[in-house]
Design a protein around this ligand. Structure first.
Ligand code: AMP
Length: 525
């Protein structure tokens, strides 16, 4: 029988773990790396590179190196998030045939699940190489704030990579599982503060004996270490403009080198109070090359990032409110994600919660560890943990005037089935369009459209008379089934929502075939 694994598919880095004797174990690559950079590239001689090898050449091949794909997975091309990403990413983001966002790499157009599949394939390869065994299935983590489209796209990525998904679980829930295994058996309330490369999540959980119940979750899918890097980059660009009267923004190679140097300096500033950015031959002018050298202080970087960290604290307040708790109720604070190593983040968290965070957790690995524990649990005849997760975003439909009418509110435990009654808006209306949205905004259009269908054959009557029942059925992985019924006639329509921007089955099959040949190519490299 094959082994099960847990994969933390991160914005910046991914991590793969398994269990040995029921205990989590992070699997290192053949070169000893415990993290896989979430990078994918196609070189000039058409070689495909993934992980460390892709990241290493990103500076000289910025247009054909895809990173931070998680920022746009499951997003529509015309969404706000993709617009923001397009401005920041050195590679080209284009519209796909389903209105989805795709990327251009090595002259080819690729879907985002395909890029993520390559990272998952690398994780699978690392695991198979180390375990000398086939992989039976994987638990893959996603931010709690991922909507249905983003979850579905992640499942598609796994399918393309030829990985059987045992369960999609939320990152904070996975962290809680890993933490729960290490602690003694007691009841406690914990807060998981997760600040990674691209996203921020805060979750409040109640841990009992083997029971992990998520009470509330809140977050921002557009706030992470990369935003801090961008603040520093902008400050350097201003400085450069003042000194040399040159706008570096259009010099793709210089921007990549700068990005890399800035991130390294930021990381150094977590342990030092000053760091040097030294970039010889940064750009060429008619008078020759310009070398850029500067010293950046921790104070300066903290000034540039403080409002972002304050935003995360505000979100912590919302999450506590959502759980009906006060900050003093929290017994333990767990920090997850590389960016939580920054002293300012720790300081703000300590100030807010009034206690030191738990030190026994590795913020880069805890999510993968929890996913591995859950994968192991799913396969065991007597699962030792019960997870009760919640919906991070409200689910509902569009009603009169474009309003968003909630059917399943935010922070509802899943699985859940809920029904709400609606009616017609004009006389003799024989059909209604059910447009399903997910999000926490008041107007439907400000939320994510998950799918639409029409319920026809409604009893002809005066407006307001027919009884139309809309039922939402969400399973424990956050996958939604919607039913609409004319309660007077019994006519019913049931759909498992397929994201509008989702890949077709045929496309997935084709991409899977391509990925299998890539697997062979990678083995030969
Ligand atoms: P993750 O998504 O958890 O892999 O987190 C990656 C983010 O954490 C990136 O933005 C990194 O620059 C940042 N990061 C990693 N290590 C550190 C550190 N020691 N200090 C500050 N930020 C860090």
């Amino acid at each position: 029988m094959g082994k099960t694994i847990g994969i933390d598919l991160g914005t910046t880095n991914s991590c793969v773990a398994t269990t040995i004797g029921g205990k989590p174990f992070v699997i290192p690559s053949s070169t000893g790396n415990r993290l896989i950079p979430s990078y994918f590239a196609i070189t000039q001689d058409e070689k495909t590179l993934i992980g460390v090898r892709a990241k290493r050449q990103s500076i000289t091949n910025p247009k054909n190196t895809i990173f931070a794909a998680k920022r746009i997975i499951g997003r529509r091309y015309d969404s706000r998030e993709v617009k923001i990403a397009k401005d920041k990413l050195p590679y080209e983001v284009v519209a796909g045939p389903h209105g989805d966002a795709r990327v251009k790499c090595g002259g080819k157009i690729m879907s985002i699940p395909e890029v993520s599949a390559a990272i998952l394939l690398e994780a699978k390869k690392v695991a198979e190489g180390f375990l000398e065994n086939s992989i039976e299935g994987a638990c893959i983590t996603v931010p709690a704030y991922f909507n249905e489209n983003q979850r579905q796209a992640t499942i598609d990525a796994a399918e393309i990579a030829g990985l059987k998904v045992l369960r999609i679980i939320n990152e904070p829930t996975a962290s809680a599982l890993a933490y729960g295994q290490k602690r003694g058996k007691k009841n406690e309330l914990i807060a998981i503060y997760d600040l990674g490369g691209g996203t921020f999540d805060i979750s409040i959980l109640e841990l009992g004996e083997g029971v992990y119940e998520v009470l509330s979750t809140a977050g921002n899918t557009y706030l992470g270490g990369e935003d801090i890097d961008n603040r520093i980059i902008n400050s350097v660009l201003e400085d450069f403009k003042k000194t040399h009267n040159i706008n570096l923004k259009d010099d793709v190679m210089a921007m990549q080198r700068l990005k890399d140097a800035v991130e390294r300096a930021k990381i150094e500033l977590s342990t030092q109070t000053e760091a040097t950015i030294s970039l010889p031959f940064l750009t060429e002018t008619s008078h020759g090359a310009i070398h850029y050298n500067t010293v950046i202080t921790r104070n300066k970087v903290e000034d540039l990032m403080i409002d972002l960290i304050d935003q995360t604290i505000q979100t912590c307040k919302n999450a506590l409110e959502g759980a009906g708790l006060k900050k003093d109720d929290i017994d333990e604070v767990i920090l997850v994600g590389g960016q939580t190593r920054a002293p300012l983040v720790i300081k703000k968290v300590v100030e807010f919660f009034g206690k030191q965070p738990n030190r026994g957790i590795n913020p880069d690995e805890v999510v993968a560890e929890g996913a591995a524990i859950h994968a192991y649990n799913i396969g065991s005849p007597l699962p030792s943990n019960i997870l009760v997760d919640i919906t991070a975003l409200s689910l509902g439909i569009q009603t009169k005037g474009g309003a968003f009418t909630e059917i399943i509110p935010q922070n509802t435990p899943v699985p859940i089935t809920k029904t709400r009654k609606f009616t017609t808006t004009y006389d003799n209306q024989d059909a209604v369009r059910i447009s399903v949205y997910q999000g926490n905004e008041k107007m439907a259009n400000d939320n994510e459209l998950l799918g639409e269908f029409v319920l026809g054959g409604i009893r002809l009557a005066k407006k307001g008379e027919p009884n139309i029942e809309v039922g939402f059925d969400m399973n424990s992985e956050g996958i939604l089934k919607v039913t609409a019924k004319d309660a007077d006639l019994g006519t019913e329509q049931t759909v498992t929502l397929e994201a509008k921007s989702r890949l077709s089955e045929e496309e997935i099959r084709e991409m899977k075939d391509k990925m299998s040949s890539l697997e062979v190519e990678l083995k030969e490299q």
